[in-house]
Design a binder for this molecule. Structure first.
Ligand code: HEC
Length: 241
């Protein structure tokens, strides 16, 4: 009797016929003992985490599937990490063309490093330790306060979905909220509350977004209005006195 295809193989086959060939080669060509997992994690946080939740990488993106959930059943079925790595490499190169995931965010060794990292940690309990544990330093958050009518609230430079301040303060009157975004993940800065509702332009790669509003004393929320970013934690409270 022929061995039925496993759930994982069927899933790969659903992607494209080519993926199966890739999977068959999996054992030898895709095992990259030299994959740099530390770099893989850093790149994942920079370019993938804004859309994907992955617990080990502490990313909370919600545009694409949660990658722990996506591979949990495969782990339970005993699918090897090298096969999972192959599937992820394939996705990086050939995502669903009708979908929103951009193709070839990474190529060559960088793509291998990202795929190897995700394959190592997806749906695995626990936390990254050692060099992986410190691969992505979270810039510390501290309160922002207004200077000369401007409150500077920058985006996290590593691409994580947060601002460098979760609280801010200003005096009543015309206030400009200004955000510099060094990461490649697109962000804007928006403010809402007390009848105010305004948003600056979406920027990335060193761009600056700002919004100027007339504020009365009270409590407002500042946030990034790009899809899913506020829900993932990219927001804070602005207190006006
Ligand atoms: C702009 C958002 C976005 C970015 C950036 C993004 N993805 Fe995706 N990804 C998606 C979406 C949405 C899907 C679901 C399929 C579709 O619609 O294309 C997906 C699907 C996937 C899948 C398949 C999951 C499954 O259920 O089998 C993997 C693996 C994946 N992405 C990995 C990555 C990696 C690795 C990166 C970084 C190189 C990345 N994605 C960057 C949005 C994104």
């Amino acid at each position: 009797m022929e061995k039925p295809f496993s759930r994982f193989e069927r899933r790969v086959a659903a992607l494209a016929a080519g993926a199966l060939a890739l999977l068959a080669l999996g054992g030898c060509t895709l095992k990259h003992p030299t994959a740099n997992l530390v770099e893989g994690k850093q790149l994942f946080v920079q370019k993938c985490g804004a859309c994907h939740t992955l617990a080990h990488a502490a990313t909370q993106g919600q545009v694409g599937p949660n990658l722990d959930d996506a591979f949990r059943q495969d782990r339970a079925d005993g699918v090897k990490s090298t096969s999972i790595q192959g599937l992820i490499s394939y996705w990086i190169e050939y995502p669903n063309l009708q979908g929103v995931m951009p193709a070839k965010l990474f190529t060559g060794q960088s793509a291998q490093n990202v795929a190897a990292y995700v394959a190592q940690v997806a749906a695995i309990p626990g936390q990254d330790t050692g060099a992986l544990g410190t691969a992505v330093e979270s810039a510390a958050q501290k309160p922002a306060s207004e200077k000369n009518g401007t409150v500077e609230i920058d985006a996290d430079p590593t691409g994580q979905l947060k601002f460098l301040a979760s609280s801010a303060s200003a005096t009543a009157g015309r206030v400009t909220l200004r955000m510099s975004n060094k990461s490649s993940v697109p962000h804007d800065i928006a403010v809402t509350g007390g009848g105010v509702n305004d948003v600056g332009p979406v920027v990335s790669n060193g761009g600056v977004s700002s919004v100027t509003v007339a504020l009365r004393p009270g409590t407002y929320t500042f946030f990034c209005s790009v899809d899913g970013h506020e829900a993932a934690g990219m927001k804070g409270t602005l207190t006006v006195k």
